[in-house]
Design a protein around this ligand. Structure first.
Ligand code: MN
Length: 248
């Protein structure tokens, strides 16, 4: 079993060190991660400059690019083998609902999935890695389960872990994405050079958080497991756009 580990917080994050160590139990682990914190990078590829892959003192490889770059470069050129699994994280906060569109943690896993590999994103609902040991145990349980019983085809799972002690965890929940309220407005400030600058504000709060959603699972101290797909196509839109287009 050969496992590629990446993240969006950067190769120096305690979350990726913990995940890489946890994956050692299952085989050969290679870490290829961004050299800087690229949280919020989504599925971006770097096309305007070359990328390097360098090796850190702890044996992790780091790239001057995005999470997507890391997995793309690793799988399509850097590695001398095709990994059996791509895991991403452990992110230092949850990736729920619309977060999945912006998340670099999810994007790293998604890139593996787009390249035909099973992939799992792991996120812990704590900015300060509170109860990281719970997330590590969950990551091991999920990967163990996938090895024992692989899916019929490669799948992409988004796993969010509540920041609680292991003995307070209320099991696993299969979930769909909830929905957030619209994002908070940007914060503005004036730079030392007198220019107005903008800082992106926090995401909106929980709007659709009923039973069955990822929000609900975490609110109940359960591990949320959401199968994700990549198709952004709007099949409902066909009904309205079809007749609209006929008048062109
Ligand atoms: Mn992050």
């Amino acid at each position: 079993m050969r496992i590629l580990v990446s993240n969006d917080d950067g190769y120096f994050s305690p979350g990726i060190a913990a995940l890489a160590q946890a994956m050692q139990a299952f085989g050969e682990v290679t870490v290829v991660a961004p050299e800087a914190d690229r949280s919020g990078a989504s599925n971006s590829l770097t096309l305007d400059r070359p990328l390097y892959v360098r090796r850190s003192s702890q044996g992790f490889y780091y790239v001057n690019g995005t999470p997507t770059d890391c997995v793309h470069v690793a799988v399509t050129g850097f590695l001398d083998h095709r990994p059996d699994l791509v895991v991403s994280g452990i992110n230092n906060s949850a990736n729920l609902a619309e977060d999945t569109l912006y998340s670099g943690t999810v994007a790293a896993a998604m890139e593996g999935y787009l390249l035909g590999l099973p992939a799992i994103a792991f996120s812990l609902a704590s900015r300060s890695f509170e109860h990281l040991e719970t997330a590590v145990a969950v990551a091991q349980q999920v990967v163990r389960r996938l090895i024992d019983q692989p899916f019929a085809k490669a799948r992409l799972l988004n796993v969010n872990i509540p920041a609680v002690p292991m003995d307070e965890l209320q099991g696993y929940a299969l979930t769909r994405l909830g929905r957030r309220h619209v994002a908070q407005p940007v914060e503005t400030a004036v730079s030392p050079r007198g220019e107005t600058v903008y800082w992106v504000g926090p995401p909106g709060g929980q709007r659709e958080a009923g039973p069955g959603t990822d929000f609900h699972a975490l609110n109940q101290s359960r591990v949320s497991v959401t199968p994700l797909q990549v198709d952004l196509g709007d099949s409902d839109g066909f009904q309205e756009v079809g007749p609209w287009l006929e008048k062109m």
